[in-house]
Design a protein around this ligand. Structure first.
Ligand code: GRG
Length: 296
C-alpha cells in the first residue's frame, strides 16, 4: 500500500515516464531539433499530476494497467503542448518554465510551435494504440480528449483568458474561464482513467466528474494562492505580466483568506464524492489533498 504521497507520485511518474520515453521520437535525423524540443518540454520536471489522477481514478474503479499508462501519457503530452504554446511570445511570453528556459527560448519560436503540434498529434495517436479494449471505448476516449482539450475545454479557456486581457472578470466569469482552461484537462484525466478500465458504471462516472470538477477549481485557486504567497524574488515574470495585463485571479477577487476557505470547501466536497468508492479511492484522496496543500 503506497500510503506516502511522495511514493505515490513517484510510482505514477515512473510509469508514465517509461511510456513517454517509448513514445517520443529519438532526437536525431532531419527533424532532430523538433524531437529534442518535444523531449525537452516533456522531461523537464513536471509534477505529472494529470497522469497521477488518471492512474488513481482507474484504481478507484478497478485497476490500472498498460492502457492506463498510455492514456496518462496522452494527457501529459496535451498538458506539455499547452504549456509550450502558453509560454510563446504571442501568448504569455514567458522565458522560464519550471525554472528552466521555456521551449522557444531554448530552441526557437517555430520549433516550439511545432513541438506543441507534434505532442498534440502523438497524444491522439496513443489512444489508437490501446490494446484489448473495444473500438467503442477507443472512440469514446478519442472524443473525450478532443472535447476536453479543444473547443469545449482547454483551447476555449485559453481564448477566454486572452480575450479578457486588460479587463477585470467577476467571479463567475473567472470560474468559467478556469473550468475550461485548466479544469477540463483535470476532469478528462479522472474520467479517462476510469473509462479505460471498461468497468466504470454511470453512477461512478457521475461522481468522479463532480470530484474532478471540484478539485480542478481548487487546483486553480491554490495556484493563485501560491502566486501571492511566493516571495518577491520568486514572483518572476508571470505575475508581473499578470499585474501588467490586469488579470483577475481568485485572490484578487476574493482576497487571500476567502480564497483559502473556498479551496478548503471544494476539497471537502471532493472528499464527500469519493465515499462511494471506499478505500479504493485512497490514492485519489491523497492527490486531492496534495492539490490543495501544495506549495509548487
Ligand atoms: C495554449 C491551447 C493552450 C492552452 C494553454 C493550461 C493552459 C492553457 C495554460 C497554462 C497556464 C498556467 C501556467 C496556468 C496555471 C495553472 C497550471 C496549468 C499550471 C501548470 O500545471 P501544473 O502545476 O504543472 O500541473 P507541472 O509543471 O507540474 O506540469
Amino acid at each position: 500500500m503506497r500510503n506516502n504521497l511522495k511514493q505515490l507520485l513517484a510510482s505514477y511518474g515512473e510509469q508514465v515516464d517509461s511510456q513517454l520515453e517509448q513514445i517520443l521520437p529519438v532526437a536525431n535525423g532531419p527533424a532532430e531539433a523538433l524531437f529534442a524540443a518535444m523531449r525537452y518540454s516533456v522531461f523537464n520536471g513536471g509534477k505529472r499530476l494529470r497522469p497521477a489522477l488518471c492512474f488513481a481514478a482507474a484504481e478507484a474503479v478497478a485497476a490500472s494497467d498498460d492502457n492506463t499508462a498510455r492514456v496518462a501519457a496522452a494527457l501529459e503530452m496535451i498538458h506539455a503542448y499547452s504549456l509550450i504554446h502558453d509560454d510563446l511570445p504571442a501568448m504569455d511570453n514567458d522565458d522560464l518554465r519550471r525554472g528552466k528556459p521555456t521551449c522557444h527560448i531554448q530552441f526557437d519560436e517555430a520549433t516550439a510551435i511545432l513541438a506543441g503540434d507534434g505532442l498534440q498529434s502523438l497524444a491522439f495517436q496513443q489512444l489508437t494504440e490501446l490494446r484489448n479494449i473495444s473500438a467503442e471505448l477507443v472512440v469514446k476516449l478519442l472524443s473525450m480528449l478532443a472535447t476536453y482539450s479543444g473547443c469545449s475545454g482547454m483551447v476555449t479557456g485559453q481564448a477566454i483568458d486572452l480575450a479578457a486581457t486588460g479587463q477585470s472578470l467577476n467571479l463567475e466569469q473567472l470560474k468559467t474561464m478556469h473550468r475550461h482552461k485548466t479544469g477540463a484537462l483535470i476532469e478528462a484525466s479522472v474520467l479517462m482513467g476510469a473509462i479505460t478500465t471498461a468497468k466504470a458504471s454511470e453512477q461512478q462516472l457521475a461522481v468522479l466528474k463532480k470530484f474532478a470538477s471540484d478539485i480542478g477549481l481548487a487546483f486553480q485557486i491554490q495556484d493563485d494562492i501560491i502566486d501571492v504567497e511566493s516571495s518577491t524574488e520568486q514572483l518572476g515574470k508571470q505575475q508581473g505580466a499578470d499585474a501588467l495585463n490586469q488579470k483577475s485571479t481568485y485572490t484578487s477577487i476574493m482576497g487571500l483568506e476567502e480564497a483559502r476557505t473556498e479551496a478548503a470547501s471544494l476539497y471537502q466536497q471532493s472528499m464527500a464524492s469519493l465515499d462511494l468508492f471506499g478505500e479504493r479511492a485512497d490514492s485519489l484522496r491523497q492527490l486531492a489533498s496534495f492539490i490543495v496543500n501544495r506549495a509548487y
